[in-house]
Design a protein around this ligand. Structure first.
Ligand SMILES: Nc1nc2c(ncn2[C@@H]2O[C@H](COP(=O)(O)OP(=O)(O)O)[C@@H](O)[C@H]2O)c(=O)[nH]1
Ligand SMILES: [Mg+2]
Ligand SMILES: [Zn+2]
Length: 292
């Protein structure tokens, strides 16, 4: 039987199949291969000694280590206009990591009622990244977010306090109850659950990722310098237009990317993030990069 892992906890995996959620163990072979099944994994379930076991894990389209999840389609990167004040560098790192892993990033701007959101909007208007401003007074933005959930496995990230829980509760007033029910079923009602839990909503799936503040923007997620420009999708048309092959877009003569920044076709803040990220990784050797 086929399904996907909604949650893993204490050596048990909860696999959503056409017949409902099955409590499974993983076959011993995975431990030998040092493979840990993850929420989001597409798996095959068999019965063994009257219980259910995960016998196969489909190849992963992508994996995140922290939070532990596989096969994300869409990453909503939540940024608030204030409290906390957004850092375009942090946002650009998150979106670049997503793009590098084949996940589509979507920026969500909160707290537009507390401070102007146009500076953020401006920073992204020349990127190809979707930018959704939510307004809880009017409900603006919520339908667009639901539309982007449809058909996808999604997660929300962003610094503590930007409004991730508020957004999830606005989208799904049922959410709190739903996660409460799940943790009760697992006999963990007392604890606030720290595991990733995937639930279905709006024709798609949402990964509830407690403590998912910032992805692993650390070493585990460094993007090698050769791939970095590709993680800024709007640079695409200029790549290959530079005078020198292998141009790093860091001040070389005849660089089409920096020319596009100067002419206003590309956003200076996006380019500044690219430059900062490039300078962070430029001296790291490929073999020093644990890729997660
Ligand atoms: N005024 C205003 N407050 C918000 C908005 N979104 C979230 N908040 C508040 O910001 C605080 C942090 O929100 P929370 O959802 O807990 O952030 P999280 O840490 O990302 O989950 C809470 O006090 C929310 O009520 C918003 O759009 N406008
Ligand atoms: Mg929260
Ligand atoms: Zn260049």
């Amino acid at each position: 039987m086929q399904g996907y892992i909604t949650k893993g906890i204490g050596g048990f995996y909860y696999v959503k199949t056409a017949d409902g959620v099955l409590e499974c163990k993983a076959k011993g072979v995975f431990r030998k291969q040092r493979i840990t099944p993850l929420a989001g994994d597409e798996v095959t379930v068999e019965t063994e000694n009257g219980g259910c076991v995960i016998s196969a894990i489909a190849p992963r389209r992508n994996v995140f280590v922290r939070p532990p999840i596989a096969n994300l389609d869409v990453l909503f990167v939540v940024a608030s206009t204030t409290q906390p004040v957004p850092s375009t560098l942090v946002l650009d790192k998150l979106t670049a990591i997503a793009v590098d892993k084949g996940v589509r990033p979507v920026l969500v701007c909160t707290k537009g009622d507390l401070a102007a959101s146009d500076f953020l909007q401006k920073a992204y208007e020349k990127s190809t990244l979707p930018f959704i401003r939510v307004d809880y007074a009017t409900g603006a933005g919520l339908e667009e977010i639901k539309g982007r959930i449809a058909g996808n496995l999604c997660a929300f990230c962003g610094n503590s306090g930007v409004g991730k829980s508020t957004l999830l509760n606005a989208l799904l007033p049922e959410l709190e109850r739903q996660t409460g029910e799940i943790s009760q079923k697992l006999g963990r009602g007392r604890h606030t659950t720290r595991e990733v839990t995937i639930f279905e909503a709006f024709g798609g799936r949402i990964a509830d990722t407690p403590g998912f503040a910032s992805l692993d923007t650390g070493k585990a997620c460094y993007i090698p310098k050769e791939n970095l420009a590709l993680a800024f999708p709007e640079f695409g048309p200029y790549l290959g237009q530079c005078r020198f092959t292998g141009c790093a877009h860091r001040g070389e003569k005849g660089c089409a990317v920096t020319q596009a920044v100067q002419s206003g076709a590309l956003s200076p803040s996006r380019y500044a993030s690219y430059a900062a990220m490039y300078d962070e990784v430029k001296d790291i050797k490929e073999w020093e990069l644990p890729r997660g």
